[in-house]
Design a protein around this ligand. Structure first.
Ligand SMILES: Nc1ncnc2c1ncn2[C@@H]1O[C@H](COP(=O)(O)OP(=O)(O)OP(=O)(O)O)[C@@H](O)[C@H]1O
Ligand SMILES: [Mg+2]
Length: 299
């Protein structure tokens, strides 16, 4: 598959270890790729470099054949973008803003725009300045998606959305994916990443630390449980029980195991005689990867 986004050795150094350092990855046409990292890890910096708002100190980014810095105008004309921090121009109501955006995209037929407004139950008559955080976010979503661009770059697109609206956004991203569009999004929400992404890139302290593919966090995978034991002896006994152990901590007497559906009853039977402090179901495998990989970086 053709590479549609290519980030090659991107460095943007803000000093004191802040910024993005020697960051490289590609996105193929039709892929949905996520970027996850803690606050300040460099997600927005990466995305702002991709959109041509800032000039990299080193490295090169191309999107659909355009150089992000030299061809910044073409990038903005062809990529649907949601910024990490929304700051609308002073143009009155949401309706005015969306009309300006429609003109910018050269959209004459506003049917799809209105469909998006309906999906997100957005009151566009409201003044931009008075909009709640969620309303602003929905306005930015409509503006980014209304031209059905081939490429979408979304910086934490579900910020400020309630859970129902988040689900609508996930549906919308999946609809674009079905149409063969390419989506790159940053997020802190593992559910949203697992539901949409083919691949997730982990960023930490401005460096790319790992990429995890869908086959590693698919919903059909084994279920994970974290189990805390009261007694060291019982903890050690359980470790020998033949389960697939993903993590263990001898000091705190807890471990994480992966079990398939058939092993489930057996698991609960083998836990029954033990003095269990807690058992946590870990629904998001991606979160498990993330926590473990980032923790290792910090050791
Ligand atoms: N213009 C700037 N001047 C100096 N430092 C900056 C500038 N922009 C970003 N930084 C620093 O670079 C680092 C990365 O910031 P960035 O906004 O990319 O993080 P992020 O991953 O998007 O975080 P968040 O999850 O909070 O949105 C931070 O330490 C930030 O303070
Ligand atoms: Mg950010």
């Amino acid at each position: 598959m053709e590479k549609i986004i290519s980030i090659c050795n991107l460095t943007k150094d803000y000093g004191e270890g802040r910024g993005v350092f020697d960051f490289s990855f590609d996105v193929k046409r039709g892929e949905v790729v996520g970027l996850v990292g803690t606050n300040g890890s460099g997600k927005t910096t990466t995305i702002r470099n991709m959109m041509g708002f800032i000039k990299p100190r080193n490295g090169k980014i191309t999107i659909n054949g355009y150089d992000s810095w030299k061809d910044a105008f073409e990038i903005k004309k062809s990529v649907g973008y949601i910024p990490g921090q929304i700051d609308f121009p002073d143009v009155g109501t949401g309706t005015n803003f969306l009309k300006i955006q429609a003109d910018f995209w050269g959209i004459k037929d506003l049917t799809y725009m209105n469909e998006l407004i309906d999906i997100f139950k957005l009151d566009t008559d409201a003044g931009l300045k008075r909009m709640s955080k969620g309303m602003k976010q929905k306005t930015a979503i409509v503006a980014a998606f209304m031209s059905e661009p081939d490429i979408l770059i979304l910086d934490e697109p579900s910020t400020g959305l309630d859970p129902m609206m988040r689900d609508k956004l996930i549906e919308l991203i999946l609809r674009q994916k079905k149409k063969g569009k390419t989506v790159f999004l940053s997020s802190h929400i593992f559910k949203e990443l697992e539901d949409t992404c083919d691949r997730v890139v982990f960023i930490h302290n401005g460096k790319m630390i790992n990429t995890v593919g869908r086959s590693q966090y698919d919903a059909n995978m084994d279920k994970q449980y974290k189990i805390g034991f009261a007694e060291k002896k019982e903890y050690q006994q359980f470790l020998q029980g033949g389960y697939k152990i993903l993590t263990k901590n001898d000091d705190y007497k807890h471990l994480t195991i992966a079990v398939n559906d058939k092993e489930m009853n057996g698991l609960f039977r083998s836990l029954k005689p033990h003095n269990i402090r807690y058992i946590n179901y870990q629904p998001y495998t991606l979160e498990w990867y993330y926590t473990n990989i980032v923790e290792k970086q910090e050791v």
